[in-house]
Design a protein around this ligand. Sequence first.
Ligand code: URA
Length: 236
Amino acid sequence: MRLNKYIAQAGICSRRKADELTEAGKVKINGAVCRQLGYDVQDGDVVVVNGQTIGKPEKHVYYMLNKPVGYITTNDDEKGRPTATSLLTDVTARVFPVGRLDANTSGLLILTNDGEFANAVAHPSHRIEKTYIAVVNDHVSNDALWDLRNGVDIGGYKTRPAVVNMIANESHAAKLEIIISEGKNRQVRRMFEAVGLKVLQLERVAEGRLQLGRLKPGSYRKLSPAEVEYLKGESK
Ligand code: URA
């Protein structure tokens, strides 16, 4: 199997990143640095990336987690907060989150050990719609709703049109469903900030047709083969 595919399938990183690491001399095969991008890994080869020995590519696994608030989607954190990955207590495969979810956002998070799948699904060009339920700190005016739907400036970037449905609009708070097809950092919070509102609670409830459903915070389940195929199809 081609070296970059072997490394990606082991869940270490994407194929492109594997090529970069190989060119940078960070990959050793059977004890010697290998800079050959097209190297064909043979049975019995010992591949070491950045000092970490990788075994045979793991069987791919795919999970959906209802991430509670307070858990981070990166691997380590200077504040010592727990990782979303640590919640998958009976999963032995080395899974990692597909894309980001802020520590103070809860809801649907996909985890996998399939680097190719993760890159494809998280890639901004694929525009899988993400649905959020947001609670904000004030009444939402019609002007603000119009702006959120048609695009707002979040620090020099105008957001693409979004679907925004009002669930409850009270005098000093509101609850809305917002569906976006792009994933800038803290996008939903920044969109509301752009119209003078603060997000108090944010939950991701769907990615494309994949629904969080009744999964409880902190619980997780395997994606069905049909769900995995659907996400692969959406990210081509
Ligand atoms: N938008 C946000 O502001 N935060 C998230 O975690 C996801 C989308």
